[in-house]
Write a protein that binds this ligand. Structure first.
Ligand code: AMP
Ligand code: ZN
Length: 113
């Protein structure tokens, strides 16, 4: 999709710190990391959010879910990690291209304390 920053990052139109990519998805580092490791896993195809997923995307989403543990292992997240998908305004979604935050290398207990 034109003018979508994550489409451009995922498809190599803008250089980024790419951690992993294949024909279906890309994983790059978040520009404003909230943890020592903070990556965003996105589909190369434009999907606006969880709300725009269709049945035909099932294989793509399964593929991405199964990639998470491989990407986490490649980043040394052996002690665990957190995955977050913000959706819509109340969910805090600021970039309208589906993305899975993968955060690790610090304690992410929630609620804190
Ligand atoms: P969300 O608030 O869930 O939509 O998350 C969007 C995330 O994208 C934020 O954590 C931003 O720091 C991150 N972000 C925005 N622009 C870029 C960019 N050009 N490269 C990498 N991460 C970005
Ligand atoms: Zn997009």
């Amino acid at each position: 999709m034109e003018d979508c920053i994550f489409c451009m990052l995922a498809n190599g139109q803008i250089p980024t710190d790419m951690v992993y990519e294949d024909e279906l998805c890309a994983c790059f580092r978040d520009a404003s990391p909230q943890a020592p490791v903070h990556m965003l896993l996105v589909p190369k195809k434009h999907i606006g959010s969880l709300n725009e997923l269709e049945c035909g995307d099932a294989e793509l989403i399964a593929h991405m879910m199964l990639k998470i543990k491989e990407i986490a292992a490649s980043e040394g997240l052996d002690n665990g990690y957190r995955c977050v998908i913000n959706t819509g305004e109340d969910g805090g979604q600021t970039v309208p291209h589906l993305h899975i935050h993968i955060l690790g290398k610090r304690s992410l207990l929630w609620p804190p304390g």
